[in-house]
Design a protein around this ligand. Structure first.
Ligand code: FE
Length: 391
């Protein structure tokens, strides 16, 4: 038996934040990040709308990027003291991810991260509160997904949490909030969304329910991302919806090894963090060439759906990779890890270990072609030097 789960309601369009005026309940805790929502006046709007709906409102501010176990525990404690019946999470991926984990510890104080990391093993939520998410960036789609990532800095590990219990009840996809994204973030989050949709489409768990969402999201990213990057706000609005649809697809079909590689290389090098979406954008064409051995028909379907030409599946797969390369150039994303600025020595010292970790990542299981640590190492080396995949 399979399951397909999305939020009960999705409100979208400019000004859709106003839906908060009609929310039914008594107490709402608003979980936010470091200040851009406050700076641009959206936090105040949310507070005012909730008060108009007769809510008692409490804020939980300053959730950091890559939220920590400590922040989650502090948030859960604040919730236990305040007893909200609505959790309102707003901002980039981080505050929404953190609030999802706070929710679990609010309702089940005795639970542990060790209990929660077994996929699809959460206790039944919504005993105390329901969850509304408002994204301000156009990439992670955590407002509609069953996922959250929390970092244990003391142990140096990331807890990927996955369970349909943490799929929000309501998502408010208001493009006004995405207008605040800086240019680079627009490029990276947009390519993250493209990667979500492509990986979901070729995933071993793809279904008739996820395929249309993935294909439409891919078409929309190719139609709107470069204009959004150049500051066109109508295109920015369409990207906000496209990333959300990509999220609906991958929350139910899962991802593949582009994400496994991005997860395990993001913080691996001393030359600096590789932003998640940027890493995905670099790896995606190489992964497509590697996976094409098993999934060329699916990639060819993607290529055809966006009007690319080719006489056979191989030509169509190549056309899709060329198209992604072309977008990376337009978005100022490098072609290789070397061009990104990763030191050759450090890369060579670490690649074997990273390959092992990437094979063990939660996203590897649904990749259309199985991969060994040795092959992963070869693949990573190709992404460093920009060499062709011939294995
Ligand atoms: Fe991603």
């Amino acid at each position: 038996m399979n399951r397909f789960t999305l939020p009960r309601d999705l409100y979208y369009g400019k000004g859709s934040l106003q839906i908060l005026k009609t929310l039914k309940g008594h107490k709402a805790i608003v979980v936010v990040g470091g200040g851009s929502m406050k700076k641009f006046g959206f936090l105040e709007k949310v507070e005012n709308y909730l008060k108009e709906a007769n809510f008692e409102v409490q804020l939980f501010e300053n959730v950091e990027p890559d939220p920590s176990v400590e922040t989650v525990m502090r948030g859960a404690e604040a919730m236990r003291a305040f007893q909200p019946d609505w959790i309102i999470a707003m901002g980039g991926g981080s505050p929404i991810d953190a609030a999802k984990a706070m929710w679990a510890f609010y309702e089940y104080p005795q639970t542990t991260f060790e209990d929660l990391i077994t996929p699809f093993n959460f206790p039944e939520l919504r005993q105390k509160a329901r969850f509304l998410a408002i994204p301000s960036t156009s990439g992670t789609a955590t407002e509609v997904t069953a996922f959250s990532v929390i970092t244990d800095y003391a142990k140096g590990i990331k807890y990927p949490l996955a369970d349909f219990n943490i799929t929000p009840d309501i998502a408010v996809v208001d493009p006004d909030l995405a207008e605040t994204m800086p240019q680079k973030l627009t490029a990276h989050t947009g390519m993250d969304a493209l990667t979500h949709a492509i990986e979901a489409y070729v995933s071993t768990l793809h279904s008739p329910f996820t395929d249309p969402l993935a294909l439409k999201a891919i078409a929309m990213v190719f139609d709107y991302l470069t204009d959004s990057y150049q500051g066109n706000m109508e295109a920015r609005e369409q990207m906000h919806y496209a990333q959300c649809m990509a999220g609906m697809a991958f929350s139910n079909a899962l991802l593949g090894i582009t994400h496994s590689m991005a997860h395990k290389t993001g913080a691996a090098f001393s030359t600096g963090h590789i932003p998640h979406g940027c890493a995905n954008a670099i790896y995606l064409p190489y992964v497509i060439q590697f996976n094409a051995k098993n999934a060329s028909k699916r990639y060819a379907e993607i290529a055809k759906s966006i009007g690319l030409q080719g006489n056979n599946d191989k030509e169509l797969v190549d056309a899709l990779c060329n198209k992604i390369d072309e977008y990376n150039v337009k978005l100022n994303i490098p072609k290789t890890l070397k061009d990104f600025g990763i030191s050759e020595k450090e890369f060579n010292d670490k690649v074997k270990n990273i390959a092992q970790l990437a094979v063990g990542d939660a996203c590897t299981g649904s990749n259309p072609r199985p991969i060994t640590p040795k092959e992963m190492e070869q693949l990573l080396i190709c992404t460093y030097y920009g060499t062709k995949i011939d294995f």
